[in-house]
Design a protein around this ligand. Structure first.
Ligand code: ADP
Ligand code: MG
Length: 393
């Protein structure tokens, strides 16, 4: 398989054509002619109404967009010459679209509530026949649900930690997970349908059944969704992001993979948990310590990239994604897939933005390339004839 990918060695430029964009050096001229379009940036910035009992854990709103993020997306798309509005992705959307038709939506909506919240705005857009960027309804519903994603990965033979989904704290513990505890191993406990470290705090690792059941009960009660219990993978945290799409034949040559990044856990105080928790992602975000490119043996980096593409393909994702891994220190750094983020954070300081920056891309270029991947996929642009392209020199 040939991948249009960035070598982790920053000295080696990648001269390949990437999904309508060239990624050679700093130049990313779209090989797509796009007439000015009417674009709506869809976001969720306003907290949903509180539940009946009024309770909301302190980390519940971590995935909301900020005004700055939204302004950044709008500015990046206006810089391409499009007419851009920004709307909250809520129940007013059909009305707004009726009053102000658009050609395409740039979707960043995490959704407000419900088991498949990320899929709801795309479902509305599908119903109304409005094109949009990023993954579609089924991929967003599956990938928001970590256990369901892992079933898909297992079906494709892709490596992911052994797991059990809990609906009740007294459910019988899976024998393999029980054996792991009995053998002195640990289990990792997290909400099944969250992101940004929501519900992942200093007590996510359980070393005995009572602690495990206590944590499961707490998460069930607090986050009102199933709880995912996995074998705890001791090792390094890496993530690999991409933009573009597989070809209709399933080829990966139009994907652009960014350099792999790694959390630098050694830079944090010894009492900070050694995993990429809510504390690191949100509370200590301004001190985020990472390596990009991650200093990995090339064979491991190549395997991370291969698994990123396979996961993207298996889950049917579109336009962009970011896949999170732990490199198992007890199995020669075997990459274990934790999840795929079909709508990864796109803020100025989000992981994907930092990976793109390590590749020489600006934040604007990242937003624009995602948009152009969607535009090309939806047939809203015309390919520029090869003769009209600048000759690389
Ligand atoms: N099974 C696991 N073993 C070890 N660490 C884990 C495991 N699952 C999650 N983690 C840690 O928690 C972090 C966040 O987990 P992840 O499933 O990616 O949730 P989120 O959607 O909040 O990013 C991971 O980057 C990793 O550091
Ligand atoms: Mg993650």
């Amino acid at each position: 398989m040939t991948l249009a990918t960035t070598n982790n060695n920053p000295d080696e430029a990648d001269p390949l054509m990437l999904g309508g964009l060239t990624a050679a050096g700093a130049a990313r001229e779209p090989a797509l002619s796009v007439a000015p379009l009417r674009v709506a940036v869809l976001h969720n910035s306003t907290p949903p109404a509180r539940s009946a009992n009024g309770a909301r854990p302190k980390d519940a709103l971590a995935e909301l967009d900020t005004p700055r993020n939204v302004q950044d997306y709008v500015a990046a798309l206006r810089a391409l010459g499009h007419s851009v509005v920004a709307w909250e992705g809520n129940a007013d959307l059909p009305q707004r679209l009726a009053e102000h038709p658009v050609d395409i939506c740039f979707n960043t909506c995490e959704g407000l509530r419900g088991d498949s919240r990320e899929a709801q705005v795309p479902a509305l857009l599908e119903m109304l026949g409005v094109p949009y960027t990023a993954s579609k309804v089924l991929a967003l519903a599956v990938t928001l649900d970590k256990a369901m994603t892992k079933r898909v990965l297992a079906c494709h033979g892709l490596p992911t930690p052994h797991f059990q989904e809990f609906r009740h704290p007294n459910q019988r513990l899976d024998p393999a997970l029980q054996a792991r505890l009995a053998g002195g191993g640990a289990l990792f406990v997290k909400p099944n349908r969250e992101g940004t470290g929501i519900g992942i705090h200093g007590d996510a690792v359980a070393r005995g059944e009572p602690a495990l059941r206590e944590r499961v009960a707490y998460l069930l009660d607090t986050y009102h969704q199933t709880v995912l219990v996995e074998e705890y993978i001791e090792g390094r945290d890496v993530t690999c992001g991409l933009v573009g799409n597989v070809t209709p034949e399933g080829g990966a040559e139009s994907l652009h993979l960014f350099p792999i990044s790694e959390v630098n856990h050694a830079a944090y105080a010894p009492d900070v948990e050694p995993y990429y928790s809510y504390k690191l992602k949100v509370e200590l975000a301004d001190q985020y310590a990472y390596f990009c490119p991650a200093p990995l043996p090339e064979a491991i980096a190549a395997e991370v990239r291969r698994l990123t593409v396979e996961t993207f393909r298996a889950c049917g994702c579109l336009d962009l994604a970011r896949v999170d891994f732990r490199l198992d220190r007890h199995r020669q750094l075997q990459p274990m897939i934790l999840e795929i983020n079909a709508l990864p954070g796109l803020a100025w300081n989000s992981d994907l933005t930092l990976c793109a920056q390590a590749d020489g891309w600006t934040h604007d270029e990242l937003i624009q390339s995602i948009f152009l991947a969607g535009v090309a996929r939806c047939g809203l642009g015309l390919p520029v004839p090869a003769a009209a392209l600048p000759v690389a020199g």
